[in-house]
Design a protein around this ligand. Sequence first.
Ligand code: G1P
Length: 295
Amino acid sequence: MVKKVRKAVFPAAGLGTRFLPATKASPKEMLPIVDKPMIQYAVEEAEACNIKEFIMITGKSKRAIEDHFDYAWELEETLKSKGKKTMLKEIQRLAEHQFAYIRQGAPLGLGHAILCSKPFVKDEPFAVILSDDIIDPDDNLLGEMIKIYNKYKATVLALQRVPKEEIHRYGVIAGKEVKKNVYKISDMVEKPTSSAAPSDLAIIGRYILTPDIFNFIEKTSPGKGGEIQLTDALKALLKRKPVYGYLFEGRRYDGGDKIGYLKATVELAMKNPALRDEFKEYLFSRILSLSNKEQ
Ligand code: G1P
């Protein structure tokens, strides 16, 4: 019987240099989008797919992540005494899951970060969620990937078509569509130049991996940027076992980039019933005043 995906790994050891000085002393994963830190959106995405164990790969100055997903007695008592029941429930819910924290120690790459999770993942399939890639919660990317995993019992990567000028920022695949939006992958390359890219299909930050990836990562030498790349380990894996890609056509925002972060903030604020109307009104008036100035 195929094992269920019950665990998720969240690589969160990066330095977040693109967001300095905001990320000097606090983790980029804790940057808020509307009223939740980015990492909470990622955790909720896994939660919605019935994932029960959350494995965070952290590093120096990442303590705030642990505190965020922990009980907070003082705060809970204060909320209780003030009768703020809804917020109390929300705060307590975050700490109810099983979290494990592993320090990566040195920034040796995404492949190495995943390898650090081996003692906790053990022999089960698992999801990898890069919290920088913010996926609209209504578009259920991870849920679709788990369905494909259950069908093929093989590794599944999330893909999106990316314009030529941006392709050098991603792992890029070559493959054949075997079913609508499902690709059997034949090759992949980490951050190619646009002329060397095998297609416009970029790997985005969601993976369903099988535990055999650990053996391949262990044998992977440093690649692009001198780091141990997950893409290189997956490329070695696909010579032995099938690897599939799911072409996601929903909404994704690159939260590691300032413009992507601002877009995610606007879009998620527009989804918030308590903010939507007033915020929309503000945006309309702002755009109107901008276009009047341009004329
Ligand atoms: C990582 C992966 C890359 C993938 C990207 C998706 O790169 O190495 O293959 O396309 O995530 O966000 P990073 O953005 O960490 O440099």
